[in-house]
Structures are given as structure tokens and as C-alpha cells.
Design a protein around this ligand. Structure first.
Ligand SMILES: NC(=O)C1=CN([C@@H]2O[C@H](COP(=O)(O)OP(=O)(O)OC[C@H]3O[C@@H](n4cnc5c(N)ncnc54)[C@H](O)[C@@H]3O)[C@@H](O)[C@H]2O)C=CC1
Ligand SMILES: O=P(O)(O)OC[C@H]1O[C@](O)(CO)[C@@H](O)[C@@H]1O
Length: 383
């Protein structure tokens, strides 16, 4: 079986690539990073090290790479013949891989009605549906109708902390042992892809929201408040009692939302939170606050890990999400010259101020109570 995976980065190699290999797939990684592609083609294998109290090494074999930017025709051909297409490129990059996928589908649909599933493995709600929308922009009406019949874009939630790797080791990845990959089976075309480790569910929404609003909201706390307090790693930030207090508070706020919205059992959700906080504190993983904080404009999006649960908390409880508001203030204060979105955010703030910037990046209406709640913390924290 042949899988084509877009993005030979941390999650691509450290999570999806490893499971595909363990499930018997040959994986072609499509990426724009020549160094990684060359190394993949030279070595044809790499190691994933699970780091915890005990270490385990997984050898990922039957892999190759292709620079999809300089070799689009080969990429199109590979997509046209693939048994499964996956992607972990980052939410903002989905639009940029859509044309290649569309061209691959056109070639495929000309010669066969064989079903294919395309799964976006990103930290976002409805990632595969959004990718589908981008792909369909490159298809004509007839092709769209054919694609509706045979090409599935099941949404997915992926969870594994894969920090940035040590320089010098191009392919090897150190990852936490934990993982979760949940895929919406109702959108699958043909047989469900047999990938070890995928949990199929009918409705993904509860799982993606629980994950995004617990793992990712939670991780954002030591990331942004850690950077604010001048820590460089998540581990250091997790040792700060003030940060931990906001973390517990924020996860209790999102917990209330997730449990009420999706009817998760309260005590099971408490246990889920406990495990996640333990994962953030894994002493064997060295994760920089700047990686987890990357892309602050995206993270202030209306459906992302902070604004959506904070807005829902206000709607559902009528209370102020004090802790989530503190973290959102931390995002607005996130100043990192190395991060393009952080620079753009600070430029906007310099031009029009915190309140108007928050409003414009989050899509919140003027006068939304969340804005006032956040501004209280901005005013204290910026002193
Ligand atoms: N690292 C983590 O712990 C987790 C990350 N994710 C999600 O997985 C996605 C990827 O994250 P990471 O692997 O951490 O990022 P990464 O930056 O390590 O990997 C992204 C890869 O995509 C490649 N890429 C960029 N533009 C491309 C294009 N046009 N065509 C093909 N490849 C392209 C990059 O060169 C890079 O190798 C993100 O959506 C992230 O939120 C989800 C769960 C965990
Ligand atoms: O990948 P994003 O959306 O930039 O956010 C970083 C987050 O994603 C993860 O890498 C994995 O979910 C977490 O470590 C962190 O919370």
C-alpha cells in the first residue's frame, strides 16, 4: 500500500509516518525542504525515539521523499496512484497544497473510480473539510461531482507532542510515547484505511474540541505566560506556581465548556486533564515555549483554542473566563522577532492598539465581553 504524506516535519515523521509504516504502508513524503527530502531518499529510513521513563526506538522504513514544489508532475502522479493521502503541514499551508491534490485527483478520476481518502492532520477544527474546499476550487463542476462520489476528506484530531528536534539530526525524531489519532468515519469513501492507532468515530466534533481545548489550550498557558516570564522551555514554565495556577484555571474553564457541550463524564474529563498536565511536564522532552507559542494570530482565531472556549464559557455560564482571558492577554503581549505572525501582531498593535487588534484577529464583535475581560489583564501585564 502506498501513502502520500504532505509535510515531512515533526508530526509527519514523528507520528503519521511512524504509524503508516507500522501498518504496512510505503510512504512518500512530499515537502518543500530539500535537505529533508535528500536525506529521506539517501537513507530510506529513520528512527522515532519514544522518550519517557523508558526509551523505545521505532525504525521507520519504506520511506522516500519528493520536493513537491520543484517536482509537481511526479507529486501529481503519486497522488493519482496513492491508497491514502495525509497532510501535516500547518493550517495556513493547506491552501498551498490544494492545487497539487486537485491535479492528482483529476488524473486519478480519469482512469479509475477507486476511492481515496485525504486526511488533514492539523491542530484545527474541520481541517480536512477546509482542505476539500480548497481542492474543489481547482475542479470543474463535473470533476467535483465525481470527487464527491469517490474522494473522502474525513476530519481528524491528532495528538502527540513532537518538539523541535536537535540540529544536526535531520530525520530522527524524539517524541512523547502518548498518541491519539481520531478520524471521522462517516466521511470515508470505500474501505476504512487500516492504519494501526486510528480510532474511528461517527462524530469528530466532541473529540477535536476536547483535544484542542484541553491539550492545545493548556499548552498555550506555559508557552505564552512562560515567554512573558522569560522562561525558554515548557518544562521551566511548568515549574512556576503562578503559571500552573492559570493552567489549572484555564483547563477548568474549558473543561466546563467541553463537558457541558459534549456530555463527557466530569470525572473522566478530570482524569484526561490530569494526564495532559503530566505530559506537559515530561522531563525527557525539551520543548521551547516559542514552538508551542508559534503563530499567535492563528491561535487568536475565532475557532481556535482560546477564543472559542472563552466565548462559549461566557455564553454557557455567564461568568468571566478569568484564566483564559489572562492567556489571551499573554498572546497579545507575545513579542518574538523570529516569529512572523508575532511580528505582524505587534505591528498591528503598534498601529491600532490592543483592543482593536484583538477584535480584528479574533473576529469578536465590538463590545464583546471577552474583549473587556482580556483588556483588564493586558493593562496589568504590560506594566
Ligand atoms: N508538533 C506537534 O506536537 C503537533 C503538531 N500538530 C499539527 O501538525 C501540523 C504540522 O506541525 P509540525 O509537524 O509540528 O510542523 P513542522 O513545521 O515540523 O512540519 C511542517 C512541514 O510541512 C512542510 N511544508 C511547508 N509547506 C509545505 C508545502 N507547501 N508542501 C509540502 N510540505 C510543506 C515543512 O517544510 C515542514 O517539513 C500542524 O498543523 C500542527 O498544529 C498536531 C499535533 C501535534
Ligand atoms: O501546532 P500548533 O497549533 O502551532 O500548536 C502547538 C501545539 O500543538 C502541539 O504541538 C501538539 O498538539 C502541542 O505541543 C502544542 O500545544
Amino acid at each position: 500500500m502506498q501513502a502520500v504524506h504532505f509535510g515531512a516535519g515533526n508530526i509527519g515523521r514523528g507520528f503519521i509516518g511512524a504509524l503508516l509504516h507500522q501498518s504496512g504502508y510505503q510512504t512518500l513524503f512530499l515537502d518543500v525542504n530539500d535537505t529533508v527530502i535528500q536525506e529521506l531518499n539517501q537513507k530510506r529510513e529513520y528512527e522515532v525515539t519514544l522518550v519517557g521513563t523508558e526509551q523505545e526506538i521505532i525504525s521507520v522504513k519504506n520511506v522516500s521523499g519528493l520536493n513537491s514544489s520543484s517536482h509537481p508532475d511526479e507529486a501529481i502522479e503519486a497522488i493519482s496512484k496513492a491508497d491514502l493521502v495525509t497532510a501535516a503541514v500547518g493550517p495556513n499551508v493547506l491552501a498551498h497544497i490544494a492545487e497539487l491534490i486537485a491535479e492528482g485527483l483529476k488524473v486519478r478520476m480519469r482512469v479509475s473510480k477507486e476511492p481515496l481518502n485525504v486526511i488533514a492532520c492539523e491542530n484545527m477544527i474541520n481541517g480536512s473539510s477546509i482542505l476539500k474546499k480548497h481542492v474543489f476550487e481547482y475542479l470543474n463542476e463535473e470533476e467535483r461531482q465525481a470527487a464527491e462520489q469517490s474522494i473522502g476528506f474525513p476530519n481528524a484530531a491528532v495528538d502527540r507532542i513532537v518538539p523541535d528536534q536537535r540540529p544536526g539530526n535531520i530525520l530522527g525524531v524524539a517524541v512523547e510515547p502518548y498518541y491519539e489519532w481520531v478520524v471521522e468515519q462517516t466521511s470515508i469513501k470505500g474501505e476504512r484505511p487500516e492504519v494501526k492507532g486510528i480510532t474511528y468515530v461517527d462524530d469528530l466534533n466532541p473529540y477535536i474540541e476536547r483535544k484542542l481545548f484541553t491539550v492545545n489550550t493548556g499548552h498555550a498557558v506555559p508557552a505564552y505566560l512562560g515567554h512573558y516570564k522569560k522562561y525558554s522551555t515548557i518544562n521551566e514554565a511548568m515549574g512556576d506556581e503562578e503559571i500552573k495556577k492559570v493552567l489549572y484555571g484555564a483547563l477548568s474553564e474549558t473543561g466546563e465548556v467541553v463537558v457541558r457541550q459534549h456530555k463527557f463524564d466530569q470525572s473522566e474529563h478530570g482524569e484526561y486533564i490530569r494526564k495532559i498536565i503530566e505530559r506537559f511536564s515530561n522531563p525527557y522532552i525539551s520543548d521551547y515555549v516559542t514552538r508551542v507559542a508559534r503563530g499567535p494570530i492563528r491561535k487568536l482565531g475565532q475557532n481556535d483554542r482560546l477564543i472559542r472556549p472563552a466565548s462559549l464559557y461566557i455564553q454557557l455560564t455567564g461568568k468571566e473566563p478569568v484564566n483564559l482571558a489572562t492567556v489571551i492577554a499573554g498572546v497579545l503581549l507575545y513579542d518574538n522577532e523570529q516569529d512572523d505572525e508575532a511580528r505582524r501582531l505587534q505591528d498591528q498593535i503598534a498601529e491600532k492598539g490592543y483592543e482593536a487588534t484583538l477584535q480584528s484577529v479574533s473576529g469578536l464583535a465590538a463590545g464583546d465581553p471577552l474583549i473587556a475581560a482580556v483588556m483588564k489583564h493586558v493593562n496589568v501585564m504590560k506594566r
